[in-house]
Design a protein around this ligand. Structure first.
Ligand code: OAD
Length: 268
């Protein structure tokens, strides 16, 4: 399913790029707020950028994880089989980061929006549990969750990330290797989660992409699915992305600043 949708042109006529620092932000944000009424169906697609202000590194920003580490050595099944201890310790490191951070104003704003509209979902590529910790109830995890693991042989699930204490790989009681319950490159997304995400994208009125570079499919393709199904598309990101060209409106800035501003406009 990877890359099953065509990349978008970078010059779609409907795009309006609005910087959060420019004087023109508020009218556009106000108009987005007016679309968000108590009977709206609002869907967020989120990526690593929403957790950046909590202190979780992104993947592709200038100081992102994939600038320092190679995905093919850490985030694929063959790498895990070759060196399970290395991959397990990389996930231990990332788990320790996300255990020690808190949801930020962007996460809380999304949870507040959930309480104000009729139908709502956050479709996230993040594995960090921060949407749930902020109080969001309808969270669809497309790339798994770093706080779970499972045995690659008998598939027994563990509701914790298991760590090696002695430099040996973590082994299930059946003898199989235990891996993090996250989606690696080349793997299928959890089918039920992805079907549900597609359903939300097809049915929503407002589809808001926040803090994702929009380069990893099939998650990135949900935006065009929402658009072709009639949703209004907005993006909040500190930089232009691969998805900006299909957006109806784009806000350039931090999600932890723009989303609370959106909430204040909802309330006025
Ligand atoms: P990326 O690291 O690719 O993109 C993060 C995006 O967040 C960038 O477009 C940044 O400009 C933006 N950003 C950074 N700080 C922000 C802020 N405070 N507010 C708003 N936007 C901000 O992360 P993802 O798009 O989530 O998959 O990456 C998708 C997938 O690629 C991940 O789930 C992971 C990765 O490899 C796997 O590991 C399978």
């Amino acid at each position: 399913m990877k890359n099953h949708l065509t990349p978008f042109s970078s010059s779609h006529p409907l795009t309006r790029m609005i910087s959060s620092s420019s004087a023109g932000t508020e009218p556009a944000l106000d108009s987005l707020a007016k679309r968000m009424t108590s009977d709206s169906y609002v869907v967020f697609l989120t990526g690593a950028g929403v957790s950046a202000e909590s202190g979780v590194p992104t993947f592709r920003s200038s100081d992102g994880l994939w600038k320092k580490f190679k995905p093919e050595e850490l985030a694929n099944f063959n790498a895990f089989i070759k060196n399970p201890v290395l991959v397990q310790s990389w996930y231990r490191h990332r788990t320790e980061i996300v255990e020690n951070v808190k949801p930020n104003r962007g996460h809380f704003a999304m949870a507040e929006i959930e309480s104000k509209v009729d139908k709502f979902a956050v479709i996230t590529q993040n594995v960090d549990n921060l949407h749930q910790r902020a109080g969001c109830e309808e969270v669809i995890e497309l790339h798994g969750n770093i706080f779970r693991s499972y045995c690659i042989d008998c598939k027994e699930q563990f509701d914790v990330q298991l760590f090696s204490e002695n430099g040996e790989p973590i082994i299930c009681r059946c003898g199989g290797l235990v891996r993090p319950d996250v989606v690696w490159f080349g793997e299928m997304l959890p089918i039920d989660a992805f079907r549900l995400a597609e359903k939300h994208a097809r049915k929503c009125d407002l589809f808001i992409s926040v803090g994702t570079s929009g380069v990893v499919y099939p998650a990135a393709g949900l935006s065009s699915l929402a658009k072709s199904s009639g949703a209004f598309l907005a993006e909040i990101n500190t930089e232009p992305t691969e998805l900006s060209s299909i957006m109806d409106v784009t806000f350039q800035g931090k999600s932890g600043e723009i989303l609370p501003e959106l909430i204040s406009l909802l309330e006025s």
